[in-house]
Design a binder for this molecule. Structure first.
Ligand code: 8DG
Length: 318
């Protein structure tokens, strides 16, 4: 087996949720496919320095600031790569294909329409997900439930795990309110499988027909196997290496991994800490949110540990 190649690549965010992509020349590995600009890290070169060099050489941009987004270990039949992907928010210059390659700013939602190398699937998912995932807490009033979500939307949050605990829930009313909220905000609703109406065809229709609805599984439900929600975004809660591996095998799109920090439910020796979180995240190629005893201020820690961001309940739910 040849040595794994360390590659840096950038999700460069331009105006209005646009992302820069480039077409790989036909004669190179993965030729003709689209890529996030980047290239190989040279010997003794720091990854961020390599990223800055590659973006200058390939697309003529000077990076001002960048932060880690996701790391992918992938084996192609003829090459093993470690894709070290960064998110670039600040740069100077006008993007050009410096090596004659086609480059394009595309709306991030349209990334799904482009053909990328196989390793890029999780990078596209990570690009589309925000860095905060809000899990709804308890309330016995559906009006209060919706008002809390609306307030979070107005503060800019876009990704939610829904656990509507209200008795006598008007399920269709809730779905329709969430649909219209998504129309104006591009919010993503992950419906927790333990809180969804049992055997409801309306539920299945809402999940599969509206791209803003997805399904969230507890580790137990994921292990038990699940029916196919065609095309829906799937997420799951995990706590250890074997659950993470199973999630990857089952095609789950993103994960919540807990408990990272102190909570009432767990003993101190059960906590992962950031080092434990990081070691587990390294073992899979899926965006992972850190959960458990964290606040919305922990996003930077989560990113440094290889995560997508943080998932919270207590820090936002009143
Ligand atoms: N830059 C980049 N490479 C990717 C992506 N996805 C993916 O699988 N790759 C793979 C394709 C290649 O095998 C490897 C990148 O190597 P490369 O040949 O482009 O690197 P380079 O620009 O330094 O090439 P070279 O001039 O040294 O030949 O990573 C991606 O999104 N961006």
């Amino acid at each position: 087996m040849s040595k794994r190649v360390h590659v840096v690549a950038a999700v460069i965010r331009g105006h209005h949720k646009q992302v820069l992509i480039a077409k790989r020349p036909t004669h190179v590995h993965m030729g003709g496919l689209w890529e996030f600009p980047g290239g190989k890290v040279e010997q003794f070169e720091a990854p961020l320095d390599a990223l800055k060099r590659e973006l200058k050489e390939e697309v003529g941009l000077t990076v001002v600031s960048a932060q880690p987004l996701i790391q992918i270990t992938h084996d192609y039949p003829d090459k093993q790569v470690y894709l070290d992907v960064w998110e670039v928010h600040e740069f100077v210059g006008v993007a050009r294909g410096m090596e004659g390659q086609q480059v394009k700013w595309v709306w991030q939602v349209d990334l799904l329409d482009y053909e990328f190398p196989a390793a890029n699937q999780a990078i596209v998912t990570a690009t589309l997900l925000s860095s905060t995932c809000l899990i709804t807490g308890d309330t016995d009033c559906s009006g209060v439930y919706l008002a809390a979500i609306e307030a979070a939307l107005s503060r800019g949050y876009r990704l939610f795990i829904l656990r509507p605990s209200c008795p006598n829930l008007d399920f269709l009313g809730l779905v329709s309110a969430l649909k219209s909220m998504a129309l104006f905000s591009a919010a993503q609703w992950q419906w927790h499988i333990d809180w969804c109406p049992a055997a409801s065809t309306d539920f299945e229709r809402a999940i599969t027909e509206h791209k803003n609805f997805g399904v969230h599984f507890s580790a137990r439900k994921m292990e038990g196997g699940f029916e196919c929600f065609d095309g829906a975004l799937l997420s799951a809660s995990c706590h250890n290496r074997s659950e993470l591996a199973l999630a990857q095998q089952r095609g789950i799109d993103f994960l919540l991994l807990s408990p990272v920090s102190a909570t009432k439910r767990y003993r101190p020796d059960e906590l992962l800490g950031w080092a434990g979180f990081s070691a587990l995240v390294e073992s899979i190629n899926i965006p992972v949110f850190a959960l458990g005893g964290l606040t919305l201020d922990d996003i930077v820690n989560a990113r440094l540990a290889g995560g997508q961001g943080v998932a919270c309940i207590r820090d936002w739910w009143q």
